[in-house]
Design a protein around this ligand. Structure first.
Ligand SMILES: *Cc1c(COP(=O)(O)O)cnc(C)c1O
Length: 305
């Protein structure tokens, strides 16, 4: 038994009617730790447990850390998560609920991550949030499930942080002989490191992250994400924070499920009927989820915007 669950694949009537095409949802928001991350993280943790790892280390105060904490609890392996002082109380509370040890260190993710790296001992496994082939292979199972259901989309809509989900979805499309199905890769303004790299033609590092979609906040995407864009049809789209937040609110009304603004960014492309969708009759949205934003927080951000 894997640590992730097989998620529902739903045809969304409200989104289909709004955008004038069939919109299908892969409901990764329903994974036990709240996001798609458990697919890859679960696979990586099982691998490391089989190799004898006695502890899992993460440096993510977001959904990657939550997925590691969940995997560790299920596998009976202790987990330590290093997070910066900027991490919300809620995220720390969720990590502790999963029985992870949380160590708060430094003012930035870089500092927390450095401390985590220095802490990794010979019998520990460090679980990266997005840049590891074990993760991509695990994330690819979401496309296996869609293929098994017999629903071939004209395009797959997802969001990009460090590019782990993109890498996994492309691997899934290719291993199911769907190499001609394009991916629409969405980021928010201020977190658009993939878009910037595509424009530059090589990997670039953003000076800073300036978006409320913290789960998309990788300053530099993985090399693999850029290779994906060379080996597979990928369209890059950037939306505003306001669009992502509004999509969260509308999705909550339409489907009664709260997602993070990171996921709202993908949904915004449908709600706003972005021109990138023009030639596609059947779109699959990866509803990647996210557990770290409350509805109060989403409404506060929307008001402040
Ligand atoms: C991690 C995460 C992302 C970004 O995934 P990457 O693999 O870093 O590109 C998007 N949405 C949610 C909810 C996430 O947890």
């Amino acid at each position: 038994m894997s640590l992730h669950i097989e998620t529902p694949l739903l045809e969304s009537l409200p989104l289909s009617v709004k955008s004038g095409r069939a919109v299908w949802l892969k409901m990764e928001a329903l994974q036990p730790p709240g996001s798609f991350k458990i697919r890859g993280v679960g696979a990586a943790c099982e691998h490391h447990k089989a190799q004898g790892a006695q502890r899992f280390i993460s440096s993510s105060g977001g959904n990657a850390g939550l997925a590691v904490a969940y995997a560790g609890r299920r596998l009976g392996i202790p987990v330590t998560v290093f997070v910066p002082e900027t991490t919300t109380e809620r995220a720390i509370e969720l990590l502790r609920l999963e029985q992870a040890e949380v160590i708060v260190h430094g003012g930035t993710w870089q500092e927390a991550n450095e401390r985590a790296q220095a802490f990794v001992g010979a019998s520990d496994a460090f679980i990266h949030p997005f840049d590891d082939p074990l993760l991509w292979r695990g994330h690819a199972t979401m496309i296996d499930e869609v293929a098994k259901a017999g629903m071939k989309p004209d395009a797959v809509l997802l969001c990009v942080g460090g590019g782990g989900m993109l890498s996994g979805v492309v691997e899934g499309l290719q291993r199911n002989q769907w190499a001609n199905v394009p991916v629409i890769a969405v980021e928010t303004q201020g977190a658009a490191s993939f878009h910037a790299a595509l424009e530059a033609g090589h990997s670039v590092e953003l000076e800073r992250i300036d978006s409320i979609a913290t789960s998309l906040g990788a300053k530099r995407v993985s090399t693999r994400a850029l290779e994906c864009a060379k080996q597979h049809p990928v369209h890059s789209v950037v939306v505003s924070d306001a669009s992502a937040l509004s999509a969260c609110e509308r999705f909550l009304t339409d489907h009664r499920i709260l997602v993070e603004p990171a996921c709202g960014a993908s949904l915004a492309v449908v709600y706003e009927n972005h021109p990138v969708l023009a030639s596609f009759d059947r779109v699959l949205v990866i509803v990647c989820g996210g557990a770290t934003a409350t509805i109060d927080q989403i409404r506060k951000w929307a008001e402040a915007g």
